[in-house]
Ligand binder design. Structure first.
Ligand SMILES: Cc1ncc(COP(=O)(O)O)c(C=O)c1O
Length: 343
């Protein structure tokens, strides 16, 4: 096995990891720092992060019938879920291409991974193949990222519902990119007890905090909570996230700006003849290099101090690259360098 590789990005325009390019406004930063001075670092954190839970319930208008759990990033929640179902011959199911951590974690926990390919180019769900795979492998968990990373696709809700109805175990709907998507699958989680929803504060602008959250039926969440390490959410994260959520309008505004920039970036990419652009409901855009290779385009950008993600190692992503939507200035620099690579 290989450790999850994170490329060194120091000194580069960073468009590789779907981070929000904007930070807190200065006035808010000062208020936040003032709150942090009240934190008692000599004490262990609130073990259930109960105050933070209440704030989440209010801000996101979560159903009181559902229970909430936090993880040290949603990565930790994925790990917890997979460990919870790990027994001989257990399997998880996901689609390919998708977020790599589902497979990576399952592999190191010793759980089988069933991958159903998405439709070439449209990246639509292949419903017949999925149903067949569910019947054959009876997966303990189905992971579906909505919108999907790295394709940016948001699948229709009725297809998700169909999968939930066919499922023999849990269905985890990973909405890491919900701040940028046209719709959410939340109503399905309210309707089906074996459907869980996972989100994160990373993409909305707080990747450094490492805070993911999962929502679902109380009985399931009580079981999963047994796997959670005590104090998994540190005090500084709890205090900072509480402060940020009380100022959620700042992040909503930033998400709007990112969606506008996504449109501008997508149009600029469409204008380049040597590129095929895929539609995106997230804060990144997948594109295919039609003349030359993704590797050389990636290297050329890197030589010009811009880092994006080379995702061309998947059969369905031949010659594909993924760029995160940055600030207007970063996007313009990226487009300028990219266009010059083809001229
Ligand atoms: C679909 C999806 N889920 C989860 C994550 C991880 O989120 P976190 O930063 O909360 O661990 C990512 C990160 O890229 C992602 O693409």
């Amino acid at each position: 096995m290989q450790a999850y590789h994170v490329a060194d990005s120091s000194g580069l325009i960073k468009l590789d990891a779907m981070e929000n390019p904007y930070t807190f406004p200065t006035a808010l930063k000062e208020q936040w720092l003032a709150e942090l001075t009240q934190v008692e670092l000599n004490r262990y954190p609130n073990p259930q992060a109960s105050e933070l839970k209440e704030i989440f319930q209010q801000v996101f208008s979560l159903s009181s019938k559902l229970e909430l759990m936090f993880g040290n990033g949603s990565d930790e929640l994925i790990q917890l879920l997979v460990m919870a179902v790990a027994k001989p011959n257990a399997s998880i199911l996901t689609v390919t291409p998708s977020f790599s951590m589902y497979k990576l974690i399952a592999e190191y926990v010793g759980v089988n991974v069933v991958e159903v390919p998405l439709q070439q180019d449209s990246f639509a769900l292949q419903m017949d193949m999925l149903k067949k795979a569910i019947q054959e492998h009876q997966p303990a968990i189905i992971f579906l990222a909505c919108p999907n990373n790295p394709t940016g696709t948001l699948w229709p809700k009725d297809q998700l519902e169909e999968i939930i109805k066919q499922a023999t175990g849990l269905v985890v709907i990973d909405e890491a990119y919900s701040p940028f998507a046209a719709y959410s699958m939340m109503s399905l989680v309210e309707r089906y007890p074996h459907a869980l929803m996972m989100r994160t504060v990373s993409k909305m602008g707080l990747a450094g905090l490492r805070l993911g959250w999962m929502l679902g039926n109380r009985q399931w969440m009580d079981e999963l909570n047994k796997m959670r390490l005590p104090y998994n959410i540190n005090t500084l994260t709890q205090a900072s996230a509480a402060f940020a959520l009380q100022n959620i309008t700042v992040f909503d505004q930033q998400a709007k700006q990112i969606c506008q920039q996504r449109e501008v970036l997508s149009n600029a990419l469409h204008a380049l003849e040597d590129i095929k652009v895929f539609p995106s409901e997230a804060n990144f855009i997948l594109f295919k290099v039609l003349s030359g290779t993704a590797d050389s385009v990636y290297q050329n950008l890197l030589d010009n101090k811009i880092i994006i993600k080379n995702v061309s190692n998947n059969d369905l992503l031949d010659n594909c690259l993924r760029v995160t939507v940055g600030t207007e200035e970063e996007n313009q620099t990226f487009i300028k360098v990219l266009s010059s690579a083809f001229s």
